[in-house]
Design a protein around this ligand. Structure first.
Ligand SMILES: Cc1ncc(COP(=O)(O)O)c(C=O)c1O
Length: 488
C-alpha cells in the first residue's frame, strides 16, 4: 500500500503502484504539464531551461543542482493571484514558505503581490530579510515558541493562526507586552482529508494540527480569543490536505467552517471577516496526474463559499489561500550526475536498471517518505537505445534511498550522464538534510540565459562548521591526513 504526498495516513485510499507511462518515440518531448514553461530540448537533445543549458549550469554550480525557472515561478504566482483575488470576491494569496524559501523567492512572491505564510521564526527571518512587509506575513505552526511569538508580535506580523489554547494565552501575553492588537485566525480541524480526486469526511481528526470542530475545541478557542486582552478574532482557518486535484474536499470543509462562523454570529454577535481555506492545490508529477486548472479551482471554491454562506445567510467573508507546491513545485527541476549503472535480476528473466546518482534522499526525501512519483529523463543527450525499466537511486546508506522508483530510461545510460527530475521545486530542497555528511545542493534561478545563485551549494567546510572538534578547514584536514597517510 502506498503512502501519500500528504502523509502515510492517506495510504489506505491509494491505488497500487503501476509501471509508469512509457514514452513513445523516446523521451525527446518534455511534457508541458510537468516541466517548467521555458524547458525545451536543443537539437542535440540537451535540456535548456531559462535559456541555460543544464550541462553549463552543472559545470558552473556543481551537481546535484536545483534549477528554478523564474518565469515559470512568477507566472504561477501571478496566475494564483489573478484567479483567486477577483473584484466580486477579494482574497489574499499567501505563498506557503515551507514548500521552498530563500530571499530571492520571497522577493519574487512579494513583487507578484502575494503575502507569505511562514511556520517558524526562521522562515519569518528570511521573509523579513527579503523586505516583505510584516503585515503581509501570516504565521502558522502547532508549536510556536514563546520567543517566536514575541518576535512576530514585536515586528507587527499581519496574522497569527492560533493552534492551541496555550498559544492563545501566549499570543495575548506578547500582545499586551508590546501594546499591540494582534489579529488572529483560529485553525479549525473540520474533519476532512482531501487529496487528488478523493476526500474523506470524518467526525474527528486524530492529528496534531488545529482545534476540532466536532470535539468542541474550536468553540472553546474562539471564546478564549474573544476574552483575551490584545487579541482580535480576525477569522477562521482550515487546511484540508495536499496534492488536491479538485474542489470536492473544499465543499465539506467550507460548509463546516461557515457553519462555525454562523454559530459565532449567533453566540457572540460577531461576524468574522476572514476565511482562510489553506493550500494543497495539486500539481502533475507524472503524466497521469491531472490537477484542475488554477482558474477552474478558484471558481469552484468561490461557488462553494457563496453557496455555504447563503445557506446560513452570512455575508461572504474575505477569503485567503496558501498555495505552496502549486507555485514552486513545477518551476524547479533537479539535475543529477549518474555515477554507476547496474542491471539487477528480478527473476522471471526480468531485470531492472539501477542508476545511482550523486544525491538522493538528502535532497529529495519525498519518494522515501510518501512513495512519491517523479518524471526523470536524460538531460544532455538524445539516445536511440531501447528504454528499459529503471530505478534512480541515491548514494546514501539506505536501500529506501530512491529518487524515482520506476522510470523508462535508455539502456545505454553511463557514468557521467546527467539526469533531470521534474517538479522538484517544492518540499525537496526545503526538506533537504546533510545525511551521511553530504553537502546540500545549490539552487540557481534561470531567466533569459542568466543563472543566479538562490542558495549556494554547501562545501566540505559547511559540513564541519558546527563541530567544535573540527578546528581546521576541510582542506587542511585532507592535506594533513594525506601527508600522514603518505608517511605511513
Ligand atoms: C496550513 C498549511 N497551509 C498551506 C500549506 C501548503 O500546502 P501546499 O504546498 O500543498 O499548497 C500547508 C502544507 O502542509 C499547510 O499545512
Amino acid at each position: 500500500m502506498r503512502a501519500h504526498p500528504a502523509g502515510p495516513r492517506h495510504g489506505d485510499v491509494l491505488t497500487p503502484h503501476a509501471l509508469p507511462y512509457r514514452p513513445q518515440g523516446g523521451d525527446r518531448d518534455l511534457d508541458a504539464s510537468i516541466w517548467p514553461i521555458t524547458a525545451s530540448r536543443t537539437p542535440s537533445g540537451e535540456i535548456e531551461i531559462g535559456g541555460c543549458r543544464v550541462s553549463d549550469l552543472v559545470a558552473e554550480f556543481g551537481s546535484p543542482l536545483f534549477v528554478i525557472d523564474e518565469r515559470d515561478f512568477r507566472s504561477r504566482a501571478a496566475a494564483f493571484k489573478a484567479a483567486y483575488d477577483v473584484p466580486e470576491m477579494p482574497a489574499d494569496v499567501y505563498y506557503a514558505a515551507k514548500a521552498f524559501l530563500a530571499t530571492t523567492i520571497a522577493r519574487w512572491v512579494d513583487e507578484e503581490g502575494l503575502g507569505i505564510d511562514v511556520s517558524t521564526g526562521g522562515e519569518m527571518l528570511v521573509a523579513l530579510q527579503a523586505g516583505v512587509d510584516p503585515q503581509r506575513i501570516l504565521f502558522h505552526g502547532n508549536n510556536k515558541s514563546v520567543s517566536e511569538i514575541d518576535r512576530a508580535v514585536s515586528v507587527g506580523i499581519g496574522r497569527i493562526v492560533v493552534d492551541s489554547l496555550t498559544e492563545i494565552d501566549r499570543v495575548s501575553v506578547a500582545a499586551v507586552a508590546h501594546g499591540r492588537d494582534v489579529e488572529v485566525l483560529v485553525r479549525v480541524t473540520v474533519g476532512v482529508e482531501a487529496h487528488t480526486h478523493e476526500y474523506i469526511a470524518t467526525a474527528h481528526e486524530d492529528q496534531k494540527f488545529g482545534l476540532s470542530l466536532a470535539g468542541g475545541a474550536a468553540n472553546t478557542a474562539i471564546e478564549r480569543v474573544l476574552a483575551a486582552p490584545g487579541l482580535r478574532l480576525k477569522g477562521l482557518h482550515s487546511h484540508i490536505g495536499s496534492q488536491i486535484f479538485d474542489a470536492a474536499g473544499f465543499e465539506v470543509a467550507a460548509a463546516r467552517v461557515v457553519g462555525l462562523a454562523a454559530h459565532i454570529r449567533s453566540e457572540h454577535q460577531i461576524v468574522v471577516d476572514e476565511l482562510n481555506l489553506g493550500g494543497g492545490m495539486g500539481i502533475a508529477y507524472v503524466p497521469n496526474d491531472d490537477p484542475l486548472d488554477v482558474k477552474d479551482m478558484a471558481t469552484s471554491i468561490r461557488d462553494i463559499v457563496r453557496d455555504a454562506c447563503s445557506r446560513v445567510d452570512l455575508p461572504i467573508p474575505r477569503l485567503a489561500f496558501e498555495p505552496g507546491r502549486a507555485i514552486v513545485g513545477p518551476s524547479g527541476i533537479t539535475v543529477y550526475e549518474v555515477g554507476t549503472v547496474k542491471d539487477v535480476a528480478l527473476g522471471h528473466d526480468q531485470e531492472r536498471q539501477y542508476v545511482s546518482v550523486d544525491g538522493g534522499m538528502s535532497d529529495n526525501i519525498r519518494t522515501a517518505l510518501y512513495d512519491a512519483d517523479y518524471t526523470v529523463v536524460p538531460a544532455t543527450r538524445a539516445s536511440s537505445a531501447e528504454s528499459v525499466i529503471s530505478r534512480v537511486v541515491g548514494k546514501h546508506c539506505e536501500s529506501g534511498d530512491i529518487v524515482v522508483r520506476d522510470a523508462w530510461l535508455p539502456a545505454d545510460l553511463h557514468p557521467g550522464d546527467l539526469l533531470a527530475v521534474a517538479a522538484t521545486g517544492a518540499y525537496c530542497r526545503s526538506m533537504a538534510s546533510q545525511y551521511n555528511y553530504l553537502p546540500r545542493p545549490g539552487v540557481v534561478a534561470v531567466q533569459n540565459g542568466n543563472a543566479s545563485v538562490v542558495l549556494r551549494r554547501e562545501s566540505d567546510d559547511d559540513l564541519i562548521r558546527l563541530d567544535p572538534g573540527a578546528q581546521r578547514s576541510s582542506e587542511q584536514i585532507w592535506m594533513a591526513a594525506a601527508n600522514e597517510g603518505g608517511a605511513r
